[in-house]
Design a protein around this ligand. Structure first.
Ligand code: AR6
Length: 173
């Protein structure tokens, strides 16, 4: 059952005890506000030093580092699209973020992974639409072969939690 591999929780991603957490970063991968700032603060300066060696990341792509002082062993940094009205490929770029993170997780034989609601903060992506794209893309990926057995969608507000739960119910029927 694929639906049993997806959990929606309300909380702080930096506290998740999973193999990998996903960071909603920017193209520089050198830190920022929001979840990115929280992850860098919790991981410590070792994370920034490793990020400097990655030379940035394209929007829709992802790169992996160690987790340093985080409970998670790995951080997968992805760069979501900035919302520009919806006709600039934003949906596909957001789906690509989830897919690329899951592909990298599979390469590293990661079993459990936690995602924040990528692009729904500073990057302005409508949160309800983003929740649908997140759930649909994770479901489609888990239908293929992967080491990943547990995907946790970590919501930072109750409203975000409700959007993800209702997307899950709609998409799984
Ligand atoms: N745990 C889980 N989710 C969180 C946390 C947390 N500790 N903190 C915030 N969120 P954002 P973006 C939620 O702005 O929209 C950064 O400056 C937040 O409520 O962190 O992809 C980067 O460097 C929202 O739902 O990321 C980039 O410049 C979601 O995480 C830019 O922001 C994403 O909000 C990326 O913007």
């Amino acid at each position: 059952m694929i639906s049993s591999k997806i959990a929606i929780v309300e909380g702080d991603i930096t506290q998740q005890k999973v193999d990998a957490i996903v960071n909603a970063a920017n193209n520089s991968l050198l830190g920022g506000g929001g979840v990115d700032g929280a992850i860098h603060r919790a991981a410590g300066l070792g994370l920034l030093a490793e990020c400097r060696r990655l030379h940035g990341c394209q929007t829709g792509d992802a790169k992996i580092t160690r987790g340093y002082n985080l409970p998670a062993d790995w951080v997968i940094h992805t760069v979501g699209p900035i919302w520009k009205g919806g006709n600039r490929g934003e949906d596909e770029l957001l789906a690509s973020c989830y897919r690329r993170c899951l592909e990298i997780a599979t390469q590293y034989e990661i079993i459990s992974i936690a995602f924040p609601a990528i692009s729904t903060g500073a990057y302005g992506f409508p949160p309800q639409l983003a929740a649908k794209i997140a759930v649909r893309t994770v479901k489609e990926f888990l239908e293929g072969n992967s080491s990943v057995e547990q995907v946790i969608l970590v919501c930072f507000s109750h409203l975000s939690y409700q959007y993800h739960l209702s997307a899950l119910r709609k998409i799984f029927g």
